[in-house]
Design a protein around this ligand. Structure first.
Ligand code: RB5
Length: 149
């Protein structure tokens, strides 16, 4: 499993903790920045990670900002991306099972590190259930098509 990860300055510390956690488990994780706590713009990192996931260079993405909100909103503008903002493990497995989410977003100022690492593990270990959920995902794709130039 190959993971693309990114954050703004507000998610920098948690990003580093997640990279360490995944590497200790033998998961391949590529850091797309930011590389310091200097103030920066979260959409830049949404775009980098979302494009890597949308083109299937990486199976999943993880994005972190202060709240997880801005970085997930921006990622969801990239066709094919279903970025889910999670602050609990129920949402983390439900969004894989029902929404086939391909990016996990979290807020460093919202969740503690221990919970965040559990959310990451839950998200990555859960599988899309297909069936009735597939039809709904297809409707999301139809909305993207309707509004793409
Ligand atoms: C940066 O201060 C903060 O606005 C950003 O990390 C994020 O929370 C935006 O949604």
């Amino acid at each position: 499993m190959r993971i693309a990860i990114g954050s703004d300055h507000g998610g920098f510390q948690l990003k580093n903790a997640i990279i360490k956690h995944l590497e200790e488990k033998g998961v391949e994780v590529k850091d797309f920045g930011t590389l310091s706590e200097e103030s920066c713009d979260y959409p830049d990192y949404s775009l980098k990670v979302a494009e890597e996931v949308a083109t299937k260079s990486y199976e999943f993405g993880i994005l972190i900002c202060g709240t997880g909100i801005g970085i997930s909103i921006a990622a969801n503008k990239v066709p094919g991306i279903r970025a889910a903002l999670c602050s609990d493990t129920f949402s983390a497995h439900a969004t894989r099972e029902h929404n086939n989410a391909n990016i996990l977003a979290m807020g460093q100022r919202v969740v503690g590190e221990g919970l965040a690492l559990d959310i990451v593990d839950t998200f990555l270990n859960s599988k899309f259930e297909g069936g009735r959920h597939e039809k709904r995902i297809n409707k999301i794709t139809e909305i993207e098509k309707k509004y793409s130039k």
